[in-house]
Design a binder for this molecule. Structure first.
Ligand SMILES: Nc1ncnc2c1ncn2[C@@H]1O[C@H](COP(=O)(O)OP(=O)(O)OP(=O)(O)O)[C@@H](O)[C@H]1O
Length: 334
């Protein structure tokens, strides 16, 4: 907030105007400046004449905003706009090959590296919002600051939604019951329409269709994945989605990522799949437990991705034909 202009602050917190009024501060004409810049425009004489205590005004301001928010019942809950990883060290104790990495909402970051190199450890550091208290020594910032403890200790305010490879349901519910339970616990206004939206999105991702009456225990691996991704994108309050390998998930991976990104999530995925790795905006390369570098996906790689996607769809078609019991011919390459 301290870096926001007065105009931005008033847009977000209209009641801030009364703070300025109470303190007899006329901000007219200074809307494009920060509060500190505005206070800096007073001359020493003016500060003395008007008994303006700059330091106190600045430090009281966020407290006032917080108190007013709580009073008005509009506490900011899950507004995460960015996540920053501050470097730690690899398994041998050497510093990581980057200093800090900030990821914004709607960005996708892939994590690549050999088996056992520490991909899951990085995801776990993020999930736990590490504060130099895990084997890697990394720290995680949210919106540029040390995260509030609610992210670590509250079950309602989960920072991270994990989508892991195995999604085996053990409960005896229909898809409708499952979604309804989630919608009610999230206290959404119109559960019915949210449920409709999720099942539609899930079927858009899944190879074989299913409906609300299907018991969750009889969903295929791909269907349950699709359901969880749609549920996470549409109903979960967690701003960060961590995906551990979705290569063989039997879903349309591109559509799945598009859906998550369109819901303003920060998406990080550990993967060995070139298609997924290149769909990301950046990729983190892990070696020996440390991030050795962060690569921005190049224009050439994005062009290559187009070609790889075409090759991939040929393979998918071949797979589809085999499933149907067809005999394959070189025609599938056309
Ligand atoms: N910087 C580090 N310092 C100390 N231990 C680490 C570090 N990074 C990872 N480890 C440990 O190394 C082991 C392997 O890491 P991890 O399971 O994250 O690898 P992975 O890349 O996810 O492997 P896979 O691809 O097989 O899933 C874990 O026990 C993890 O806690």
């Amino acid at each position: 907030m301290i870096n926001q202009t007065l105009e931005q602050i008033l847009k977000e917190y209209p009641f801030a105007l009364s703070y300025f009024e109470q303190n007899k501060l006329d901000i007219t004409g200074y809307e494009g400046q920060t509060f500190e810049e505005f206070l800096d425009h007073f001359s020493i004489e003016e500060l003395e004449d008007q008994a303006i205590d700059k330091e106190k005004l600045l430090s009281d301001f966020p407290v006032y905003i917080e108190q007013m928010q709580a009073f008005l019942g509009m506490e900011k809950k899950n507004q995460v706009l960015s996540m920053t990883i501050l470097a730690g060290h690899d398994k041998s104790g050497n510093p990581e090959g980057f200093a800090e990495l900030t990821v914004l909402t709607s960005q996708i970051i892939s994590i690549v590296g050999p088996t056992g190199s520490g991909k899951s450890r990085l995801l776990a550091d993020i999930e736990w919002a590490a504060q130099n208290d895990t084997p890697t020594g990394r720290s995680i910032l949210i919106n540029g600051e040390t995260p509030d403890n609610k992210w670590r200790f509250s079950s309602n305010n989960r920072l991270v939604a994990q989508l892991s490879q195995n999604m085996n349901f053990v409960m005896d519910l229909t898809v409708y019951d499952f979604l309804n339970m989630h919608a009610v616990s999230r206290m959404v206004e119109d559960p019915q329409s949210v449920i409709e939206k999720i099942i539609k999105a899930a079927n858009h991702l899944a190879g074989e269709k299913f409906d609300l009456t299907t018991p969750v225990t009889s969903l295929s691996g791909g269907q349950s994945r699709a359901l969880m991704i749609a549920d996470t994108a549409i109903l979960s309050s967690s701003p960060i989605v961590l995906i551990d390998e979705i290569e063989n998930a039997g879903i349309d991976r591109k559509k799945a990522l598009d859906l998550l990104v369109s819901s303003d999530k920060i998406v990080l995925m550990a993967t060995h799949d070139p298609l997924l790795a290149l769909m990301a905006d950046k990729r983190i390369v892990i070696k020996n437990g440390g991030i050795s570098k962060v690569i921005e996906t190049t224009k050439e790689e994005k062009e290559l991705l187009d070609k790889l996607e075409k090759m991939d769809s040929l393979i998918q078609n071949a797979r589809q034909e085999l499933r149907k019991g067809s005999t394959l011919s070189s025609q599938i390459l056309e």
